[in-house]
Design a protein. Structure first.
Length: 394
């Protein structure tokens, strides 16, 4: 019976500071564990990875009759997913245009420098509010073309959308889903209005690129533009906030690795990959089989909810040596931190770039810093897991 409540216990807010003992319990219970609500929970690396690449697994909740309002391409299957993702990627970089993400390196460094200017010795700061949130939000707003005065509008919208997307077993989600849909409409409307202001008057941002696409066959409809722009904003900052914050928390808990990275900054790219394995911002994904499917001897029926615990796969000892140890020198690290397959996290390249720059700039300030509260308060979401605040004393 305990195994049948694993998903409920993992998503319980009380487990947010440390869900990893429950993932160990999940892997011990078997590759596939049926839950009390008739969903299926999978937490072993090889099964999770295989299902992320299995075309029989749908991401679209409408395949089982759920109501979904204009889902973004993240929640669509091929071929529609491929069409919209390809159109969304055109303004991002090669082969269609210059690499916008890579071109942001200098601007990212400047934003970091401005944020660090307030980091005075002896001061208490909140890594989330003072650094990890404003950095990626500023970056994605500049990429999209959102004016600085519009940035504060997005915090409440983002929270509502993330809450609506969360995995919540055995709960009435009507109110949360309605709030998420309203936030999607309002945010999408705001972003479409900004884009329309640039139609025929192009500027150097992605919203302008969408509405001024010369080829009619490659243009997004207004509805597609709204859902795509909202997705780009969420994907462009949510994972990064958690990745940076989880990174600072991990390094302050393990000062020997903080010293290691200070003495050898060339390890930073590898350390960020290890953070994506060890404390991934994206903990789980939900899928729905198009047909009955056999996984490790268990038949999962068509339309069932299948929750793939990416964070559990990242700690699977059948795949990773000493998986519960943070090792910034780890080389064999094909983690699931951004998912895998055709729905690999869209914001991954930007998150990596920002996390490497951010942690590289923060490390010199963390040598004598201490955690004010450990564990810190966490955000509600079990799917996108990270501290809501991370107060530290410089």
């Amino acid at each position: 019976m305990d195994a049948e409540t694993l998903l409920a216990r993992i998503t319980d807010y009380a487990s947010r500071p440390n869900p990893y003992p429950l993932y160990t319990e999940l892997r011990a219970a078997g590759p596939v564990v049926r839950q009390a609500d008739d969903s299926y929970l999978i937490g072993t690396y090889h099964e999770v990875a295989a299902l992320l690449h299995d075309p029989r697994m749908s991401v679209d909740p409408r395949t089982r009759g759920d109501v979904a309002h204009n889902p973004p391409f993240l929640r669509l299957d091929d071929p529609e997913h491929h069409r919209l993702r390809t159109l969304a990627m055109r303004p991002f970089g090669p082969p269609h245009s210059p690499d916008r993400v890579d071109a942001m390196r200098g601007e990212i460094d400047q934003i970091i420098k401005e944020l660090l200017a307030s980091f005075e010795t002896g001061r208490q700061i909140d890594i989330v509010d003072d650094f990890a949130y404003p950095l990626p939000v500023t970056v994605i707003c500049r990429l999209l073309g959102v004016p600085r005065e519009g940035e504060p509008l997005f915090a409440a919208w983002s929270d509502a959308l993330i809450t609506a997307a969360d995995v919540r077993p055995d709960q009435d989600t009507t109110e949360v889903d309605e709030a998420g849909n309203q936030a999607r409409i309002e945010m999408g409307g705001y972003l479409v209005d900004l884009a329309e202001q640039r139609r025929g008057r192009p500027t150097d941002d992605m919203l302008s690129a969408f509405v001024n696409e010369a080829d009619p066959a490659l243009r997004l409809t207004q509805e597609e533009l709204a859902t795509t722009a909202v997705l780009l904003f969420i994907a462009g900052h949510e994972t990064t906030v958690n990745l940076i914050t989880n990174g600072v928390l991990t390094l302050l808990r393990q000062p020997e690795h903080l010293d290691q990275l200070r003495s050898d900054p060339d390890l930073l790219p590898r350390a960020v990959e290890e953070l994506l394995r060890y404390e991934p911002p994206l903990q789980m994904r939900e899928r729905f089989p198009h047909a009955d499917i056999d996984v490790a001897g268990t038949t999962i029926p068509e339309g069932a909810s299948v929750v793939l615990a990416l964070a559990s796969g990242n700690r699977d000892p059948m795949r990773f040596h000493e998986p519960d140890r943070f090792d910034p020198t780890r080389t064999d690290n094909q983690h699931l931190g951004f998912g895998s397959g055709i729905h690999l996290c869209y914001g991954g390249p930007l998150a990596r770039l920002e996390a490497q720059a951010a942690l590289g700039a923060l490390i010199p300030h963390l040598g004598t810093a201490r955690l004010v509260e450990d564990p810190p308060p966490y955000r509600q979401s079990a799917m996108l897991r990270g501290p809501r605040h991370l107060p530290i004393q410089l």
